[in-house]
Ligand binder design. Structure first.
Ligand code: UD1
Length: 356
């Protein structure tokens, strides 16, 4: 029996961890036991507890309660907290997800104590080191024992960096597992209310988009303009980080509708109902693709290049005309079937490799 510590802290990690936890419970009961450690990076009910309830994720055994702070303060507090847990209790491995500060802290604390690190969503690269997430990904990959790559591009990126073949597992993407598992239920349980106009689902939370008032103002204006041009309603669930920087913006907008952050099932139902997605989120780019919706990526580059390459998404940096032009181009775009992200059974492959 292997005893694994799953380390999560931010909203997208709760969603990814749900895919693994279900399979641990359903298929690996005699082989793997899992404890969950929540760093406390996200702490608002709408950003954290709601996902545990809705996705039926086991309660965290540990909650470090780290909260918000600068990168150094936040990561250091997590590092200290994870290390204390790993010193107090023996685990056969830690599972970390994605590219947040919680991912890096979990991987680093474990690797220094010679506890095997399993990285889910390994090998992603935007090749923009100004993004905190890019540093988190690189450093986590290099501290990891087994690297679970979601796509062939991710495997290739790791090969270029010299990782031995045995360390890299082409697992597929656990987010596809989740969309396949939850989408029918989401659409049935929480149908999205329509206002009669076509809907665009928009999110913005990256620090480089939110923390520069000029950039954020440009994006908000661009979203309103896209709504006017395409005669659509732009539903904009606002991340707390973005809300903190938005005061006075979007006033007088008629097509932009700001709402509270959505739960996972609400997101899937909004994706079902919308005609297009505009986002700087990596996760939502993929979910749009999995649900057959075209996407405008509000960034100069993306780590999910295969979605752009197959014509399902287009990049547009913070410039009103560029965003409007990309939105018009994507409005009627045909989205091909996603074949690059596995078959919806990534969690099985990951747990097979871990349980060996
Ligand atoms: C983090 C991740 C990012 C991920 C995102 C998902 C890092 C470096 N970034 O960004 O990769 O895409 O999570 O949402 O780890 N806040 C609240 N309540 C909360 C959480 C945050 O009010 O529950 C506010 C605080 O003002 C905080 C700010 O949001 O300072 C930013 O939160 P933080 O966890 O530092 O980063 P995110 O922007 O959420």
């Amino acid at each position: 029996m292997k005893k694994i510590l799953t380390i999560v802290g931010a909203r997208p990690q709760f969603i990814k961890a749900a895919a693994i936890s279900h399979v641990v419970r359903d298929k690996y009961a005699g082989k793997i036991t899992e404890d969950i450690l929540h760093t406390g990076q996200h702490y608002d009910a709408a950003m954290s507890a709601r996902f545990f309830d809705e996705l039926d994720i086991p309660r965290p055994r540990y909650n470090l309660g780290v909260g918000s702070g600068s990168h150094g303060v936040q990561t250091a507090a997590m590092l200290e907290g994870v290390e204390a847990v790993l010193l107090a209790e023996r685990y056969d491995g830690v599972l970390v997800y994605g590219d947040t500060n919680s991912t890096l802290a979990g991987a680093l604390a474990a690797a220094k104590l010679h506890v095997p690190v399993y990285h889910v969503e390994a090998g992603l690269r935007s090749y923009n080191r100004a993004m905190p997430e890019e540093l988190n990904r690189l450093l986590t990959d290099h501290a990891s024992t087994l690297l679970f790559a979601p796509t062939a591009t991710a495997v290739h990126n790791l090969e270029k960096e010299g990782f031995e073949k045995g360390r890299v597992v082409a697992a597929g993407d656990v987010m596809l597992d989740n969309v396949m598992h939850y989408r029918p239920e989401a659409v049935r349980r929480k149908p999205w209310p329509s206002d009669g106009r076509p809907m665009i689902l928009a999110t913005v939370h990256r620090d480089f988009n939110t923390d520069d008032p000029k950039r954020l103002r440009t994006i908000v204006e661009a979203l309103e303009r896209v709504g006017e041009r395409l005669d659509a309603t732009v539903v904009f669930p606002v991340h707390p980080r973005t809300r903190g920087h938005m005061s006075g913006m979007g006033g007088g907008a008629t097509r932009l509708r700001c709402v509270e952050p959505l739960s996972y099932l609400e997101t899937l139902s909004a994706l079902d109902c919308c005609r297009m997605v505009m986002t700087d989120s990596g996760g939502l780019q993929k979910e749009a693709f999995f649900c057959g919706r075209p996407c405008v990526v509000l960034r100069p580059e993306t780590e999910w290049a295969e979605i752009v390459d197959c014509g399902a998404a287009r990049l547009a940096d913070a410039d009103v005309d560029a965003v409007v032009c990309a939105a018009e181009a994507m409005w009627d775009a045909a989205v091909p079937r996603p074949t690059q992200f596995g078959d919806g059974h990534a969690a099985d492959r990951i747990l097979d490799a871990i349980s060996c």
